[in-house]
Design a protein around this ligand. Structure first.
Ligand code: PMP
Length: 347
């Protein structure tokens, strides 16, 4: 049977006459899963004892950002900021995953060079400007909507109402630590807020790649100079091959859970590369760079907490999105599995 969807832009080009079609609205009213939304959330855990959650099995763009994109779009529609089929257009500054999730039906991409957040050409500022220009242009249909994943509360909310409760349910309420990196901060803040409301003694640990400014701030409580809040250091791409996590400013999404973060672990590129190899060889899981960082920090946390504790972390995306940079290096390092690592994982 073929599913038809009124929102599927390719309908016209796909010949459905020969098939028995299921009506989208009818199917939605029953329990039949329909459309991309039905593939978002309820991601499984890996079988490893250290409990990574396989977020790259989300159905749209293949990362937790599917949950975030859906949440931001639903909220904007509820608030009347975005109207389907009106010409309204979503603008977003993204290094990858959020853009991919928002763009499951197509996008125009403008690449901008790395720049400090105070620069108008910083990818976030550029998206904000383009959205405003669209809205102000009388010759263009609809309005520009700046999704603003870094500051938009619908981001951490998606994890507070989705990822967090899922982890709790899947672990039957038994977990001792949650470990995650921060790109926007939405994951760690939303999950921590939900889990800590049920498990006040849970350890929430930030996994931070080399070159990121968050580790010192979380670990040693180094206070922000308000003038430096946005950070003027060069972006982390020049400091690490890890993509998607590690920032030098406190976003609204990170702030939503910052006080709930108990500890931070700094992870080098070399550690992340070795972990990525280990996961492929031992678990058959092919992950991206931020997932590898999360796993290194999860193992360190497991070591610190001692035997018999349950540590949960997030495998954000698949290695296939990281072939040119991260896996170009990870593919070349020796495949020898670190015996200490193997020992910790098995316990
Ligand atoms: N991993 C990858 C690959 C990402 O793209 C992101 C988001 N930029 C993250 C992890 C971090 O998630 P969050 O934005 O919720 O902190």
């Amino acid at each position: 049977k073929t599913l038809t969807s009124s929102s599927l832009a390719l309908d016209d080009q796909i010949h459905l006459e020969d098939h028995e079609a299921i009506d989208y609205e009818d199917a939605k009213a029953s329990d039949v899963p329909v459309g991309i939304e039905a593939c978002i959330g309820n991601t499984p855990f890996s079988k490893s004892s250290h409990c990574p959650k396989l977020q790259f099995l989300n159905g749209g763009g293949g990362s937790p950002k599917d949950r975030v994109a859906l949440s931001m779009i639903n909220t904007a529609e509820e608030e009347g900021l975005l109207t389907p089929h009106s010409g309204d257009t979503i603008y977003e500054g993204t290094v990858g995953s959020t853009g991919i999730s928002l763009a499951t039906l197509g996008a125009v991409v403008e690449r901008v060079p790395p720049a400090p957040i105070v620069d108008p050409m910083h990818f976030v500022n550029r998206a904000r400007t383009l959205a405003a220009e669209h809205t102000a242009d009388p010759n263009r249909a609809g309005r520009g909507y700046f999704a603003d994943q870094f500051e938009n509360a619908a981001n951490w909310h998606a994890h507070f109402t989705g990822t967090g409760p899922e982890i709790y349910r899947q672990c039957h309420g038994k977990l001792d630590a949650f470990v995650a990196g921060a790109g926007t901060g939405g994951t760690i803040a939303g999950v921590a807020r939900f889990l800590k409301s049920h498990l006040p003694h849970l350890d929430v640990v930030l996994a931070d790649p080399q070159g990121s400014g968050l580790y010192n701030r979380i670990k040693y409580g180094v206070m922000f100079n308000p003038v430096e809040r946005e950070g003027t250091r060069r972006r982390q791409q020049v400091d690490t091959i890890v993509e998607g996590i590690g920032i030098n400013r406190v976003t609204a999404n990170l702030e939503a859970g910052r006080e709930l973060i108990d500890d931070a672990v700094k992870v080098t590129d070399d550690q992340a590369l070795k972990m990525a190899r280990w996961l492929v060889e031992k678990d058959g899981i092919f992950v991206g760079s931020s997932a590898a960082v999360n796993c290194v920090a999860a193992v360190e946390t497991a070591q610190r907490l001692g035997k018999g504790k349950r540590v949960v972390t997030i495998l954000c995306d698949s290695g296939s999105k990281h072939l040119s940079k991260f896996w170009a290096r990870a593919g070349n390092i020796g495949g020898k599995v670190d015996s200490t690592l193997a020992h910790v994982m098995s316990e």
